[in-house]
Ligand binder design. Structure first.
Ligand SMILES: *[C@@H]1O[C@H](CO)[C@@H](O)[C@H](O)[C@H]1NC(C)=O
Ligand SMILES: *[C@@H]1O[C@H](CO)[C@@H](O)[C@H](O)[C@H]1NC(C)=O
Ligand SMILES: *[C@@H]1O[C@H](CO)[C@@H](O)[C@H](O)[C@H]1NC(C)=O
Ligand SMILES: *[C@@H]1O[C@H](CO)[C@@H](O)[C@H](O)[C@H]1NC(C)=O
Ligand SMILES: *[C@@H]1O[C@H](CO)[C@@H](O)[C@H](O)[C@H]1NC(C)=O
Ligand SMILES: *[C@@H]1O[C@H](CO)[C@@H](O)[C@H](O)[C@H]1NC(C)=O
Ligand SMILES: *[C@@H]1O[C@H](CO)[C@@H](O)[C@H](O)[C@H]1NC(C)=O
Ligand SMILES: *[C@@H]1O[C@H](CO)[C@@H](O)[C@H](O)[C@H]1NC(C)=O
Length: 504
C-alpha cells in the first residue's frame, strides 16, 4: 500500500478509538469532512507478494526475564494467581528498535499449556487529515496491548474511573500462555530511536521484526522453546499472521530445526483481500438494511473491485456511507461513546460493553505509575501512548499484498491448522468478506456447515470444516469478537487449541 488507501469507515474508527475530543462534536465534524474527502487514482497501485529474507539479530537475554516481571498492575483487584511480564525486546540494535510485549502466563499449569501470540491489526485513518479513504480498505497501526489485552482477551479490563481494573472471567489465559506484542515499532510503547524507520515500515519489515522478536523472546523465556505455538489475532492481523507464520516455517526449514513449533493460526474478521473486502462490505450493508437498494445497485454497476476507483464508483461508495449514517461499523448494533466522563447506563441496550472503554484504557496506559509497572516507555518517548498510532499510519505504509489468499494457501499446504472466524455483526471485515475469500480458495468441504454451541447451550455460531481450514462464525459478535461475546470466543479458542471443531 504505497500511496495508502483507506476505508471511509476508518473515519468512524477514530470516532470509536483514538483521539479524545468530545464525541458529539466529532460526529458533526465527521459528517462535514466526509463530504470533502479526496480520492486518488494512483492509489490503485498493485502490491506484490513477498519473501521474507532477513538477517536475524540475536542478543543476550540473560537476566531480562526477571527484570520484566510485573509484580502487580496499579488498580489490580487482587493478587493475580498467574505471572505477568512486560518489557522490551530489541529487534535492531543499530537503529535502536524495540518492540514492547505483555505476557500473561496461564492461570493453571503454565508449563503444560501452549504459547499463544495475539496480534491486533489496526488502521488509523486520521480524522482531521482528510486522507484518501476507500470503503473496505484497511491498514495497520493499532495496539495489541490496548485492544487485545485490555479490551478483548487479557486478564484485566480498565474501569470507567481510568484507574482500577476488573477481572475478565473469560480471559484466554484460562487455557493458554498469552503473549501480546505492540507491532510494529511506532505502535503503542514500541519504538525506534531512528524515527526515519517509521516511514519505512510495511508488511515485510513488520514480519521480519516480529520474527526477530520471537526468537529473542524465546531466549529470554527458554522454557517456552519448543512449546506448541499458535498465532491469533484479528483484522489487519489477516496480513501479519499468515506472513509471520510463513516466515516461521521457512526459517525452520532453512535451519533444518524447529525453532518455533508453530501448530496453528486463528484470525478473527480477517482482512485478507482488498477487492473482496470492499465488495463484501457493500453487500453486508445492503443485506443488513443499512443502505438503499438503489445505492447497492449503483455500487455494483460502477465499481470493478479490482483496485481502481472511478468517479462514479467513488460517488456510489460515498452515497453508501451517507445512507448508513454514523454508526459503529465494528458492531453495527452497538451504541457510540458520547461522553467518556459520564459512563453510559447500558441496561436494556443491545450490548453490555461500555462503548467508551477505549478512553479508559488510553487514560490508564498513559499514567506514569502504570508505565513504570509495565516497564514501558523507559526512554521517554515523545508521543503519548495511543490505541492506534499517529506515526504508523496506512499513509506511510510501504508494502502490503493486495491479497493474502496465496499466503493462506501456502499455510494450508504446510499443514498448519488454519482457522478463520467471523463475528457476524461487524461491517468492517464482515462475515461476507471471509465467505467470498473462501469461495476464491475453493477448498473441498470436509465437515458440513452446522451450528456450534457454547457452555450456555446457546448456538455460539456456525462452523464448516474445509480440507486444511476451519471457518466459524460467532453469533452476535462485532469485529472484536471476544469483546462482544467473551464466553463464545473462549469456547471457540479452546476448540482451536485442542484441534477439534467447536462443540455440537
Ligand atoms: C538495522 O538498522 C540499520 C540502521 O537503520 C539498518 O541499516 C539495518 O538494515 C537494520 N537491520 C535489519 C536486520 O533490519
Ligand atoms: C534508544 O535510545 C535510548 C537513549 O539513548 C537508549 O537508552 C535505548 O537503549 C535505545 N533503544 C534501543 C532499543 O537501543
Ligand atoms: C514521515 O512522512 C511524513 C509524510 O509522509 C512526514 O510528515 C514526516 O515528517 C516523516 N517522518 C520522518 C521521521 O521522516
Ligand atoms: C523447504 O526447503 C525446501 C528445499 O530447499 C523447499 O523446496 C521448500 O519449498 C521449503 N519449504 C518452505 C515451507 O519454505
Ligand atoms: C538442511 O538440510 C538439507 C538437506 O538435508 C541440506 O542440504 C542443508 O545443507 C541443510 N541446511 C542446514 C542449514 O543445515
Ligand atoms: C477517563 O479518561 C477519559 C479520557 O481518556 C476522560 O474523558 C474521562 O473524564 C476520565 N474519567 C475519569 C473518571 O477521570
Ligand atoms: C460529560 O459528562 C460530565 C460528567 O457528567 C459532564 O460534566 C460534562 O459536561 C459532559 N460533557 C458533555 C459534552 O456533555
Ligand atoms: C513517555 O513518557 C513521556 C514522559 O517522559 C511522556 O511525555 C510520553 O507521553 C510517554 N509516551 C508514551 C508512549 O507512553
Amino acid at each position: 500500500m504505497s500511496r495508502e488507501v483507506l476505508a471511509l469507515q476508518l473515519f468512524f474508527l477514530v470516532l470509536v478509538h483514538g483521539a479524545l475530543a468530545d464525541q458529539a462534536a466529532r460526529v458533526v465534524e465527521f459528517s462535514r469532512s466526509r463530504m470533502e474527502m479526496q480520492y486518488d487514482e494512483q492509489d490503485a497501485a498493485k502490491h506484490t507478494s513477498q519473501h521474507v529474507n532477513h538477517q536475524l539479530y540475536m542478543s543476550s537475554q540473560d537476566g531480562l526475564k526477571e527484570a520484566d516481571k510485573v509484580s502487580e498492575l496499579p488498580g489490580q483487584p487482587s493478587r493475580a494467581d498467574f505471572d505477568q511480564y512486560a518489557g522490551y525486546v530489541t529487534v535492531n540494535a543499530t537503529s535502536g528498535k524495540a518492540l514492547f510485549y505483555y505476557f500473561v502466563e496461564a492461570v493453571q499449569d503454565p508449563s503444560t499449556k501452549p504459547l499463544v501470540l495475539w496480534l491486533n491489526g489496526g488502521l488509523a485513518c486520521d480524522f482531521y487529515s482528510k486522507r484518501k479513504c476507500y470503503l473496505g480498505i484497511l491498514g495497520p497501526g493499532c495496539s495489541s496491548l490496548g485492544d487485545g489485552a485490555m479490551l478483548e482477551i487479557g486478564p484485566f479490563f480498565v474501569n470507567s474511573d481510568n484507574r482500577t481494573l476488573s477481572i475478565n472471567r473469560y480471559a484466554w489465559n484460562n487455557v493458554a500462555n498469552m503473549l501480546f506484542i505492540e507491532s510494529p515499532a511506532g505502535v503503542g510503547f514500541s519504538y525506534s530511536n531512528a524515527t526515519s524507520e517509521y516511514n519505512n515500515t510495511g508488511d515485510r519489515s513488520t514480519t521480519a521484526d516480529a520474527y526477530t522478536f520471537l526468537t529473542n523472546w524465546l531466549e529470554r523465556f527458554p522454557e517456552y522453546k519448543g512449546r506448541d505455538f499458535f498465532i491469533t489475532g484479528e483484522s489487519y492481523g489477516g496480513h501479519y499472521i499468515p506472513q509471520l507464520a510463513n516466515a516461521i516455517l521457512s526459517n525452520n526449514n532453512i535451519t533444518n530445526a524447529t525453532i518455533i513449533n508453530l501448530k496453528g493460526v486463528a484470525i478473527g474478521n480477517a482482512y485478507l483481500d482488498d477487492s473482496t473486502n470492499t465488495r463484501a462490505t457493500i453487500d453486508y450493508y445492503w443485506t443488513h438494511a443499512l443502505i438503499s437498494k438503489e445505492t447497492h445497485l449503483a455500487v455494483q454497476q460502477h465499481c470493478s473491485f479490482d483496485g481502481t476507483y472511478m468517479a462514479q464508483c467513488r460517488n456510489a461508495l460515498a452515497a453508501a456511507e451517507n445512507e448508513k449514517g454514523v454508526i459503529d461499523p465494528y458492531n453495527i448494533y452497538a451504541p457510540l461513546c458520547w461522553n467518556a466522563s459520564d459512563p453510559q447506563q447500558l441496561h436494556g441496550l443491545a450490548i453490555n460493553v461500555d462503548p467508551c472503554s477505549r478512553y479508559y484504557i488510553d487514560s490508564y496506559l498513559n499514567r506514569p505509575e502504570v508505565q513504570r509497572a509495565l516497564h514501558a516507555n523507559a526512554t521517554g518517548l515523545k508521543q503519548p501512548w495511543s490505541d492506534c498510532s499517529n506515526i504508523i499510519t496506512p499513509e506511510n505504509w510501504k508494502d502490503a499484498p493486495m491479497s493474502m489468499l496465496p499466503s493462506i494457501q501456502e499455510l494450508i499446504s504446510s499443514g498448519v491448522s488454519t482457522w478463520l472466524y467471523s463475528g457476524d455483526i461487524d461491517a468492517v471485515c464482515p462475515v461476507t468478506s471471509t465467505l467470498y475469500s473462501l469461495d476464491i480458495l475453493e477448498l473441498p468441504i470436509s465437515s458440513f456447515w452446522r451450528p456450534w454451541y457454547s457452555d450456555d447451550n446457546e448456538v455460539g455460531g456456525y462452523v464448516v470444516g474445509y480440507k486444511g481450514l476451519v471457518f466459524a462464525t460467532v453469533r452476535e459478535a462485532g469485529h472484536m469478537v471476544p469483546t462482544y461475546q467473551p464466553q463464545r470466543a473462549l469456547t471457540l479458542f479452546s476448540s482451536f487449541l485442542q484441534g477439534t471443531l467447536p462443540p455440537e
